[in-house]
Design a binder for this molecule. Structure first.
Ligand code: BTN
Length: 307
């Protein structure tokens, strides 16, 4: 109901009468008024006078109805431990592909390699449940795709040039602005689901002494919207996954890479490998040229740029 009211008000510049809304929605004018009051309490600036209702401003909160036709797939929470856990619960219960869990704040946000992910108010924290028809060996390509699609979204919306550090950190001028964590479940030879967790520093506080991170709102004078970023990202990723876009992703990723050509140390669960990052193979693995001239492809790990 609220989605329909917001959709209708946002399509019309002038006021929309309570009578018109009640007929369109098939509910009483009192019911319409109650929904309007609830929307106002949620932060929507809606002018209400004798001529009807007019939407002046919508809050930048990722309520499901902000996502139009996708609203049914969006689960929004003001606070969660981690969107990864909620998404895992929904995925195990059989939720449809492209279900999205969003939290304004996470109390137990997780990063890669067992690190924590600080998730203060103002950032964008979400997990998308994908059910791709791919082989498990191709799953790293999904992480690369998410990094490319998020980078392209930020460029399209705000002109921010994002560079990618293998495997899937998004950086601007050497500072991290977003990270990606994925969890995959396999059944037999097939991927059952991949949960793609993404954290983006948008308006959230960043410690000024932390040279390693930055937030989008500090990088542009434009108003940065979490809802717009998420919408843009979902559209791009869905389009890619519905077509054959995973084939192009390695090429696209390389164009934004700041890892290739550099001396790096890659920390895997057991071992650290040192060498020059010379390529990304077709499965998304990082190809290292080691000091003895030999090449080694690494599928998972944390990459440190040595220079
Ligand atoms: C990284 O280490 O770079 C990955 C960070 C991923 C953080 C996101 S925020 C949304 C989702 N929920 C989590 O607990 N983690 C991911």
């Amino acid at each position: 109901m609220k989605a329909k009211i917001i959709h209708h008000l946002s399509q019309t510049s002038g006021p929309v009468s309570g009578e018109h809304l009640s007929q369109m929605l098939g509910v009483s004018r009192v019911a319409v008024w109650k929904h309007i009051q609830q929307l106002q309490a949620m932060g929507y600036a809606i002018e209400a006078n004798g001529k009807g209702y007019r939407l002046l401003e919508a809050p930048d909160t990722p309520f499901p109805w902000a996502f139009g036709d996708r609203a049914d797939h969006v689960h929004y929470y003001p606070e969660l431990g981690s969107t990864m856990d909620k998404a895992m619960e929904l995925a195990r219960q059989g939720c449809p592909g492209n279900t999205i869990v969003i939290a304004d704040v996470q109390t137990k946000g997780r990063g890669r390699l067992q690190r924590s992910w600080q998730s203060l108010q103002g950032g964008l924290y979400f997990t998308m449940v994908l059910r791709p028809a791919i082989a498990p060996a191709d799953s790293p390509l999904i992480n690369l795709a998410a990094a490319v699609d998020l980078a392209e979204t930020l460029y399209a919306l705000y002109g921010i040039e994002v560079q990618l550090k293998w495997p899937n950190d998004l950086q601007v001028d050497g500072r991290k602005i977003a990270g990606i964590l994925s969890q995959m479940t396999v059944e037999g030879d097939c991927v059952e689901f991949v949960n793609l967790g993404i954290g983006v520093n948008v308006h959230n506080d960043i410690d000024d002494v932390d040279q390693a991170a930055d937030a989008l709102a500090r990088l542009t004078s434009q108003t940065v919207s979490r809802v717009q970023i998420l919408k843009g990202f979902i559209e791009r990723l869905e389009l890619r996954m519905n077509g054959d876009g995973l084939r192009r992703v390695v090429f696209q990723w390389k164009q934004r890479s700041i890892t290739l050509g550099r001396e790096v140390t890659v920390q895997t669960i057991n071992t650290a490998y040192h060498g020059i990052a010379v390529d990304i193979d077709e499965g998304g693995g990082l190809v290292l040229e080691q000091s003895d001239g030999g090449r080694r492809t690494i599928l998972y790990g944390d990459c440190l740029h040595d220079n």
